[in-house]
Design a protein around this ligand. Sequence first.
Ligand SMILES: *Cc1c(COP(=O)(O)O)cnc(C)c1O
Length: 356
Amino acid sequence: MTTNIQITLSEERKEKPQPEQLEFGRIFTDHMFVMDYSPQKGWHDARIEPFEPITLSPASMVFHYGQTVFEGLKAYRTSDDKVLLFRPEKNMERLNLSNERLCIPEIDGEFVIEALKKLVSIDKEWIPTTEGTSLYIRPFIIPTEYYLGVAPSKFYKLMIILSPVGSYYKEGIHPVKIFVENQYVRAVDGGTGKAKTGGNYASSLKAQEEAAKKGYSQVLWLDGIEKKYVEEVGSMNIFFKINGEVVTPEINGSILEGVTRNSIIQMLKYWNIPVKEKRISMEEVYDAYKEGVLEEAFGTGTAAVISPIGEFYYKEEKMIINKGQTGDVSKKLYDTLTGIQKGTEEDVFGWVTEVK
Ligand SMILES: *Cc1c(COP(=O)(O)O)cnc(C)c1O
């Protein structure tokens, strides 16, 4: 295992975007982190270099069978110029879970966090500070062996790139409209749903595109076998507030276990708001809606943090939730969680790590 990082600083510094121009994931900073894997050396040659295109043979395995994994987390700059990361160790834990599922060699999570901190501190000036903005951090691993056989690659590259981002949804924290998907599925138990691997997202695009044509910003995925139980919404975990109780689908082998999901559950418990992880069918959600006790629904994920849901399209009916407004619990969760992440709320859970 490598423990030192070779640093080559960029001779040119790109112009930084205006905060109001920021979108999600279109602009990248001046540097990137790279580390290689070979069977002889393990993970080696850890380095920070100028952000630039990389060269690979067309036979490189990354172009063929989708053996890739990634992570997503954010850095925030506080009003007193500190840089904070939110639970990076959870992302490293999950990266290794994804690695395990995709036959990619394990990484040393602590070392990758050190590398990530070093990279963020070098490109610190890129972290925007206005409301709703942050620096999105994307670690990912690709197979780089030149080989067309279907087998785990023998060589890999782990890279980390950084992107200053605005709000994930152009609408900000306004409620989104969700199409309940009844044709396509995202994952099944035994498949790769619980790993953050490229193929899961490739296979979700069609449903997403069709929902967008109908005016819906994301799809709600049902289970891959009966198309009956709620799984996730787009690339977020989902929560409902029904009759005063918050429920979220339990981890079942096909759902991606979000760091935000885990944090939300802990926060609700801390506030003594009843919260339950259980299997929940879309019919149950619909019945609650009909009885007038479906009080709130929201998605959770690093990119959007909390995304309130104002409408579900289900069985040719529009279910309008909380009059299409952001609910109280959604709002409180959003304000508190983003507050902890930005250092304006007390970090009672010890979730925040400072980048020095
Ligand atoms: C990344 C992701 C989530 C959310 O995970 P966070 O750790 O909260 O960002 C949920 N579902 C899917 C499918 C994801 O890819």
